[in-house]
Design a binder for this molecule. Structure first.
Ligand code: COA
Length: 187
């Protein structure tokens, strides 16, 4: 029987993380990562090993004082469907809980994977942290086909009020640009 380990990543995992994420990104199922973005954020990552060999990765990024984001979660196709993704996500969620973060979000093409972990589908407008940090520079801003999902780690009545933000800016998604609205990078 195979032995599975979920552990924190080290810099020696960076090459395997990049290879897997960018191989799957080439199939349009997730977003690519640059070497610098993986190396700089290596402390965000956990790695899944099967019999001591790299089999998957996932990252938890703190995006605001009350919000973390699961990013770049990926399992090598040879090991998909065996529970590694779920185990890595649960590890990342436990880390968010330990850090005192009340909410975890993700932008994803695999909504069912996240709803199976208790996430709910939300409007992009609930997640201005993402929109105003990452989405504004994304080439798919007006053709975004990802789904925003959110997991509350505290009772709903204890959740912080949604973060405010400039209301005149457009939101990502098809048809997001309306007449008179500024483009994301306009000044
Ligand atoms: C999505 C991914 C990380 C899931 O990892 P995994 O190890 O294959 O998934 P698990 O075996 O842990 O499955 C956990 C649950 O999620 C479900 N699930 C897995 N992949 C799914 C998918 N693509 N769509 C919907 N549900 C999915 C499984 O059916 C399972 O549900 P169950 O417990 O009710 O049977 C993996 O399939 C993958 O790397 N996909 C390509 C990259 C990707 O899409 N990453 C997500 C970027 S946000």
């Amino acid at each position: 029987m195979s032995s599975v380990t979920i552990r924190s990543a080290t810099l020696t995992d960076a090459a395997a993380i990049l290879e897997l994420v960018n191989r799957l990104a080439a199939e349009q199922v997730m977003l690519p990562r640059s070497p610098a973005s993986v190396i700089e954020r290596i402390r965000d990552f956990v790695v899944a090993e099967v019999d001591g060999a790299f089999a998957g990765c996932g990252a938890l990024a703190i995006v605001w004082s009350d919000m973390a984001e699961i990013r770049s979660i990926a399992v090598d196709p040879a090991h998909q469907g065996l529970g590694l993704g779920r185990r890595m996500a649960k590890t990342l969620i436990a880390e968010a809980r330990q850090l005192g973060l009340p909410q975890v979000m993700a932008f994803t093409y695999v909504t069912g994977f996240f709803t199976g972990l208790g996430f709910e589908v939300v409007e992009y407008s609930r997640l201005p942290h993402k929109v105003f940090n990452d989405c504004l520079n994304c080439p798919k801003f007006y053709s975004c086909d990802e789904t925003a999902v959110l997991l509350a780690l505290v009772p709903k009545e204890e959740l912080p009020a949604p973060l405010g933000g400039p209301t005149h800016l457009p939101l990502p998604g098809k048809g997001g640009l309306r007449p008179g609205m500024p483009t994301p990078n306009s000044t």
